[in-house]
Design a protein around this ligand. Structure first.
Ligand code: HEM
Ligand code: 2DC
Length: 469
């Protein structure tokens, strides 16, 4: 007998009371740990209502498979109202991140060809390769300046710049110059705005932005100011390319970047292109940089593994005679390391879909229209899903054990991360260069946990030491 929806365990009767408890537990910062705890209390499925936001939560890969098999052609994830409210407030178009239905699909299909299709990888690699080399040169210079043959630092600011430089070079086919000593203050402002934008989004997951706007709340004002900074900088970059393109008519000799390709293709309106390019630029900074920081942190804690990865990279370099595109095909353990990082330190605490048809999960009936969330952070740490989950083991992704609906860091299906190929390539190239040049070490015994600022971030600075090999 299939059990009814109303019997799913959990606390879903009093949204306001739950919001109060949530706030008392500092739930905003701890969302990932609270989800984990809920799965421990209620089992592999629970219902929840916090504030105005109601969902069914699942943790098993097999249940994720059920969810994603019915997602159809127009998958829809949780609407982040803070983000749509800003667009509505400022009269700006939604990009693919926020669109839904046919409008989303028609834009996404065109963007896929320019951003995520394997064919474009060859265009991205030389651009990303150059940024990777410049990053390494910059670190060598920093090490020289210390006079101690090593550099001990919190790398996060450097990684933000690396990530923005990488994504910009792919989008605009041009360098911003962020690997130099003196950088454009506007670019630094853009980076700061993204951090504020994510941080101020969190409370608005639970308290409607329309309400906060009406009472003139600071969090809403800060949020608007952050998006204004993001859009202004992206507008400047986009306008720049647009003008160049009009000046030099005719087909360019080298790959001109995603934006110019889209403009020349002439299949999306300029406003649609602007909206999605802005989202790609903003989505491409904290995500990859934090994932790289966590990876360096894990490698510093596992020196033997670090040597193994270095050996793999050296062999790949020799076999491919330096051809980066070839090299990327010969580094399975490096790729496993990135998957392992996203398992333990996912950027997204959950994946969500509004289901469009009734489904049965864990023998409960779930009606169409329900928001179902897969607890990605909780799944990554579940011993029933990943044996010895606390251990960082990139090789678990090489073995033949099942990977069925287990590698979901970038989401799944037609609505998965649009920046996935850029992110993966950028991160692989970064690790190749870092492993070839430096040993990464850490201070003794520091455990760093995650904190939730819409995306999961290290709760305190991660201090690492880089030594030239
Ligand atoms: C969506 C993760 C990097 C742009 C997503 C989603 C996840 C994700 C989980 C939701 C997918 C779903 O609902 O199935 C990550 C991770 C990254 C990363 C782990 C790096 C480690 C990037 C980068 C960009 C980007 C570098 C831009 C270049 C986007 C966009 C969407 C998205 C535009 C929305 C796509 C849509 O709704 O059609 N990402 N992301 N992401 N990401 Fe990423
Ligand atoms: C946050 O409960 C927790 O990739 C919420 O590059 C549910 C939720 C909904 C959408 C998720 C978000 C969470 C985390 C951040 C994600 C976002 C979709 C896209 C975004 C996963 C899990 C991200 C970081 C994008 C951001 C693009 C940018 C222009 C802001």
């Amino acid at each position: 007998m299939v059990r009814p929806f109303s019997e799913i365990p959990g606390l879903w009767k009093n949204g306001a009371a739950n919001l109060y408890n949530f706030w008392k537990l500092d739930g905003f910062k701890n969302l990932h740990r609270i989800m984990l705890q809920n799965f421990n209390t209620f089992g592999p499925i629970y219902r929840e209502k916090v504030g105005y936001y109601e969902s069914v939560n699942i943790i098993n890969p097999e249940d994720a498979a059920i969810l994603f098999k019915v997602e159809g052609n127009y998958p829809k994830r949780l609407k982040v109202e803070a983000w749509t409210s800003y667009r509505d407030y400022r009269n700006r178009k939604y990009g693919v991140l926020l669109k839904n239905g046919e409008d989303w699909r028609s834009n996404r299909v065109i963007l896929n060809k320019e951003v995520i299709c394997p064919k474009v990888l060859g265009n991205f690699v030389p651009l990303l390769e150059e940024v990777g080399q410049d990053f390494v040169a910059r670190v060598h210079k920093k090490i020289m300046r210390t006079g101690q043959n090593k550099w001990t630092t919190d790398l996060s600011q450097e990684l933000f710049k690396y990530a923005l430089e990488s994504v910009s070079s792919v989008l605009y086919g041009e360098r911003l110059g962020l690997m130099l000593d003196y950088i454009d203050p506007e670019a630094q402002h853009f980076i700061n705005c993204i951090t504020v934008m994510f941080k101020t989004t969190t409370p608005m997951l639970y308290i409607p932005p329309a309400l906060l706007r009406k009472v003139g709340a600071k969090v809403w004002r800060d949020h608007v100011e952050a998006w204004d900074g993001i859009f202004n900088q992206a507008d400047r970059c986009i306008h720049n390319i647009y003008r160049q393109l009009r000046l030099e008519a005719g087909t360019p000799k080298k790959y001109p970047g995603v934006l110019a390709s889209l403009l020349m293709l002439d299949k999306l309106s300029i406003e649609d292109i602007k909206a999605s390019i802005t989202e790609l630029m903003a989505g491409g900074v904290d995500t990859t940089s934090i994932t790289l920081l966590w990876t360096l942190y894990e490698l510093s804690r596992h020196p033997n593994l670090q040597e193994e990865l270095r050996a793999e990279v050296a062999a790949a370099r020799a076999e491919s005679q330096g051809d980066m595109l070839e090299m990327l095909k010969r580094i399975p353990l490096v790729k496993g390391a990135l998957k392992e990082t996203l398992r333990l330190h996912p950027v997204a605490v959950s994946l969500q879909r509004y289901i469009t048809e009734d489904i049965i999960i864990q023998n409960y009936h779930i009606p169409a229209g329900t928001l179902v969330q897969l607890g990605l952070y909780a799944m990554g740490r579940d011993p029933k899903v990943f044996p010895r989950p606390e251990q960082y083991q990139p090789s678990r992704w090489l073995r033949t054990e099942t990977h069925y609906f287990r590698s979901l860091g970038f989401g799944f299906g037609p609505r998965q991360c649009l920046g996935r190929r850029i992110a993966e390539t950028e991160m692989q190239i970064f690790l190749i260069h870092m492993l070839e040049n430096f040993r990464v070490e850490k201070e003794r015994h520091v455990e760093v946990q995650s904190t939730f600022d819409l995306i999961l971030l290290p709760e305190k600075p991660i201090i690492l030491t880089l030594k030239p090999l």
